[in-house]
Write a protein that binds this ligand. Structure first.
Ligand SMILES: Cc1cc2nc3c(=O)[nH]c(=O)nc-3n(C[C@H](O)[C@H](O)[C@H](O)COP(=O)(O)OP(=O)(O)OC[C@H]3O[C@@H](n4cnc5c(N)ncnc54)[C@H](O)[C@@H]3O)c2cc1C
Length: 373
């Protein structure tokens, strides 16, 4: 059994894996080139929405997302009690809103299979819809209400995890600089050289480097088709009653945070590793707000920001052991759902460290699936 584990990357995934591994008694070190949560994780809207994110079929990705949502209550309890901090987890429920009758047929079939998986979803129309969410545009015909979906304040969750990890004795190294080398020892174990630190060794390394994980190919000898997809996003000052649920439309989504801001997101742009905000990207969100949320029309945005989502070729993350490198594991490529998937990822990684692992889930997300073995 391994004793010591290095997490390479300190976003939500690296910190969640570190937290769970420390709870299970491992000596854990996190190596973060920049700031904890300074990339995609700090930029996320924090929606925990397995049903809204999966509308086609109950495939392995949906099942992974649902399992993670169902872990959230206990997960948040542990993080909050150990850190002593709130994560602003809100069980708001969600509304997927539609303007056209043509949308009704796909909505019915989606509601049917979502309910077979416990969604308790309902179709809501007319006055009932306006009573439930008064801020919606009046020409919205129908909505699918899903009471189980929730949201969390992603930067708050990152800070609480970082604090909880510190309290559990995790060695946290931010601003560790560039990764210079990883060497796998012949017997067992691994050493990592970062430009800002002296060489570190451990029994296992878990690659949690988000959109940058593809650069690890040269050390892991597997194909890692992960690429960045920029998400531009903005927020408006808000009052609690401005928006009661998460709302998803064909143009954008909106979520009202307890800190007094409605977050509206998000673009999906191919821009390499450029995480700057463009006027064009934000104007598209403002136009969608004007059209779907008349209360926001004419309001100035309070903040505008962007992050790089780690996208994969088939839309599923890479989680598990790396073939041919017994000391290496991956937990990367969570694309649009890394905040939602953080508890299940931490459990899967730590079950593998313990010598177990849910093989029914692990097959579809194997990090080796893109490599000709
Ligand atoms: C605008 C936007 C909205 C989103 N909304 C949601 C949402 O509502 N719900 C949801 O579930 N998800 C959402 N996501 C997706 C979610 O943010 C990501 O899936 C998740 O943050 C990925 O976490 P990560 O830890 O893998 O990556 P990151 O947060 O990017 O962390 C990776 C870290 O690794 C570090 N790193 C990279 N290379 C190295 C190296 N060689 N050595 C050391 N450190 C390294 C980086 O500096 C970085 O801090 C959103 C994303 C964006 C951009």
């Amino acid at each position: 059994m391994p004793q010591s584990v290095i997490m390479l990357g300190g976003g939500i995934i690296g910190l969640s894996c570190a937290f769970e591994a420390a709870l299970r008694g491992y000596q854990v070190t996190v190596l973060e080139s920049g700031k904890f949560g300074g990339q995609a994780s700090g930029a996320a809207a924090g929606m925990l929405a397995p049903y809204s994110e999966n509308i086609e079929q109950p495939d392995p990705f949906f099942r992974l997302c649902l399992q993670s949502l169902r872990l959230y209550e206990q997960w948040v309890e542990k993080v909050e009690s150990i850190s002593g901090m709130s994560t602003d987890w809100v069980r708001s429920g969600s509304l997927n809103v539609y303007r056209h009758e043509a949308d009704l047929l796909p909505l019915q079939s989606r509601m049917r299979w979502h309910n077979e998986w416990g969604a308790k979803a309902e179709r809501i129309e007319g006055e009932a819809l306006r009573a439930l969410e008064p801020g919606l545009s009046h020409d919205i015909e129908v909505a699918l209400y899903c009471p189980e979906e929730s949201h969390i304040y992603a930067p708050g969750l990152v800070t609480a995890l970082e604090t909880a990890c510190r309290k559990l004795g995790v060695k946290l190294n931010d601003h560790a600089g560039e990764l210079l080398d990883i060497s796998f020892h012949e017997s067992a174990g691994v050493s990592v050289q970062m430009s800002g630190l002296s060489k570190l060794s451990g029994d296992r390394i878990v690659i949690c480097s988000g959109a940058w994980s593809g650069a690890l190919e040269r050390w892991l000898d597997i194909h890692i088709p992960i690429h960045p997809i920029r998400g531009q996003i903005c927020s408006y000052e808000s009052k609690a009653d401005d928006l009661r649920h998460m709302v998803f439309s064909s143009g954008a989504y909106w979520v009202n945070k307890p800190i007094g801001r409605i977050v509206c997101g998000a673009s999906e742009d191919v821009s390499g590793f450029d995480s700057s905000v463009t006027d064009r990207g934000i104007q598209r969100l403002i136009r969608a707000s004007d059209r779907w949320m008349p209360r926001l029309a004419g309001r100035e945005t309070a903040y505008r920001w962007a992050g790089l989502r780690p996208a994969t070729m088939d839309g599923l993350p890479l989680i598990g052991n790396v073939v041919g490198k017994p000391s290496a594991m991956m937990a990367s490529g969570h694309y649009r759902n890394g905040i939602l998937l953080s508890p299940v990822t931490a459990m899967l990684i730590c079950d593998l460290l313990d010598g177990g692992g849910d093989s029914s889930l692990l097959e579809a997300i194997s990090p080796n699936r893109f490599t000709n073995l």
